[in-house]
Ligand binder design. Structure first.
Ligand code: C5P
Length: 223
């Protein structure tokens, strides 16, 4: 493999309700992070995995992942972006393709990882997996009154892993001023073209209790 994958997993996950940090919540008896890392490690392109864990859980996360795959675990930051930057700093020299993958997308198939990596390898500086948007999307004002309808055909729902040429991701993080919810957003601000490839419904972001229930169902009906 020639790819490093950064896994920001340091979030609290308040939207899932009270409990453990989100990446350590159980899905079919195993933490989300274990599911995510197992699928990353199954992708032939992946050489190195760097996980940003909650600062208080670094040792526990190392122990948890040791039997799953060889990983480097670093303390994350207060915001997702800081966690990504901390993980990026731990990538060994010589790996020129870097993917960023949210632990919350625990069921992302290895095929999506391969597709993103292959598209970066083919010469695209930044690559994101996407799905078409199925709902009609309205823009609203502060009083919940509709301002307009966005043309759904031009919209995409964005997943991870997002893939980058290493220098492009480093430059975008170095230049970042305000926090964004994804890394491609930082790269866009640098004027770099971001290429879309097909994502997967299995790459859903496990954010709310409903998503956890759906993921449990997918896992049990899979096997
Ligand atoms: O909060 P959100 O769902 O956007 O988090 C996306 C990913 O970023 C999760 O995997 C979460 O653990 C991670 N994260 C992080 N450090 C933070 C906040 C979120 O690594 N400070």
């Amino acid at each position: 493999g020639d790819v490093a994958v950064l896994v920001p997993a340091a979030g609290a996950g308040v939207r899932l309700g009270p409990g453990r940090p989100k990446a350590l919540r159980l899905l079919a008896g195993e933490p989300l992070l274990v599911h995510a890392v197992r699928r990353l490690a199954a992708a032939p392109s992946v050489h190195t995995i760097v996980v940003a864990a909650p600062a208080a859980e670094v040792a526990a996360v190392r122990d948890l992942l040791a039997p799953v795959a060889p990983v480097t675990v670093v303390p994350g930051g207060a915001e997702r972006q800081a966690s990504v930057a901390a993980a990026l700093a731990a990538v060994p020299a010589g790996l020129e393709i870097v993917l960023v993958h949210d632990a919350a997308r625990a069921l992302t198939p290895p095929e999506v990882v391969e597709s993103v990596a292959a598209t970066v390898r083919a010469g695209h500086d930044a690559v994101i997996p996407v799905l078409p948007v199925v709902d009609t999307i309205k823009e609203v004002d502060a009083g919940e009154v509709v301002l307009g309808t966005v043309d759904r055909a031009t919209l995409r729902a964005v997943q991870t892993p997002q893939g980058f040429r290493r220098a492009v991701l480093s430059a975008a993080h170095a230049a970042a001023v305000d926090a964004l919810t994804d890394d491609a957003g930082l790269v866009e601000k640098q004027g770099v073209a971001v290429r879309c490839v097909p994502g997967s419904e299995y790459a859903l972001k496990i954010t709310r209790p409903f998503d956890l229930a759906l993921a449990e169902h997918l896992l049990t009906s899979e096997s």
